[in-house]
Design a protein. Structure first.
Length: 297
């Protein structure tokens, strides 16, 4: 790196942490990653972990703006939730206690919804970055992952959101229930996935029965692991889509994610006549962190 950064952006998750040396114009000069996520640290461990990551970039006082689980109750310091509806980046950052001279570490608050109860921490920064790159965009953002989120945005604000356990349920069912015997493969069948999506959408109330039917069909009808695994995913995503029908039906929808996480959701939405726009999650995160840095000047 040929120059000293003007500030540092950090995305600190449960498992990993990513940092970028940034210019005032929002250009990333360098990137560093570590596996020292929130799940491995106690509050006194954060500053040493940070310095291991960014110490080579520091040449005098430096300001760090961070998002993610570093601001959770179990993180470095809790950054209180801001309420929706509202801007995805409320004014003000929560400062973490530091002992390194010249080091300032500010954490972006998460967002909370009271009825129905829901929270997000880290996703608000992606939303802010997406909106910064797409001024005036109104519609519904879908963030796939372990806990998929549907986020309604209008006039530059988060109006409401809903989170599900769809990704975590797939991992639990395929790895820790009787279904593990039927889905033990990395292979995939697109037709079986779409059949599961259609079934989950049509009869979400029958999900529990249809899940067990996967095991029964593998025993009685020779259902292959590839078909069973794909249909399991389809059933869960289809049921998620059924619950969120009022969010995506007839709406402008954008998928905000990365890599293989996007593929099944894209296929499921497309099967229902939705042509989702797409944006990269890392690019949105970095744009959101930049927006937070500018708003906190």
């Amino acid at each position: 790196m040929d120059r000293t950064p003007d500030w540092i952006a950090v995305d600190w998750g449960t498992s990993n942490v990513r940092a970028w040396a940034m210019t005032a114009g929002g250009e990333a000069l360098a990137e560093a990653t570590s596996d020292k996520g929130m799940g491995k640290l106690s509050p006194p461990d954060y500053e040493p972990a940070l310095l291991d990551l960014i110490g080579g970039w520091m040449d005098g006082p430096i300001r760090v703006v961070a998002c993610g689980m570093v601001g959770a109750r179990q993180g470095w310091v809790e950054a209180p939730y801001a309420s929706v509806p509202g801007h995805p980046l409320p004014v003000g950052l929560t400062l973490a206690p530091t002992t390194t001279p010249g080091l300032s570490f500010g954490i972006i608050p998460g967002l909370a919804q009271s009825d129905p109860a829901d929270v997000m921490r880290g996703e608000e920064t992606k939303v802010a970055g997406f909106l910064a790159r797409n001024p005036g965009w109104d519609g519904v953002l879908l963030l796939p992952g372990t806990h998929p989120k549907w986020i309604s945005v209008s006039a530059g604000e988060v109006v409401a959101f809903r989170t599900s356990l769809t990704g975590e349920a797939f991992a639990a069912l395929s790895g820790h229930t009787v279904l593990r015997h039927s889905v033990a493969t990395d292979a995939w069948d697109d037709d079986a996935f779409l059949a599961g999506v259609a079934e989950g959408l049509a009869r979400p109330e029958a999900l529990m029965n249809r899940l067990f039917a996967l095991r029964a069909e593998s025993l009685l009808s020779g259902l292959t692991p590839a078909k069973a695994r794909a249909r399991l995913s389809g059933l869960l995503i289809g049921t998620d889509l059924a619950g969120a029908r009022g969010w995506w039906l007839g709406a402008r929808v954008a998928l905000l994610g990365a890599g293989d996480l996007m593929t099944p959701w894209r296929a499921a939405l497309t099967s229902q006549g939705v042509a989702p726009e797409e944006a990269d999650a890392t690019e949105a995160t970095l744009a959101g962190l930049t927006e937070a840095w500018r708003r906190s000047q």
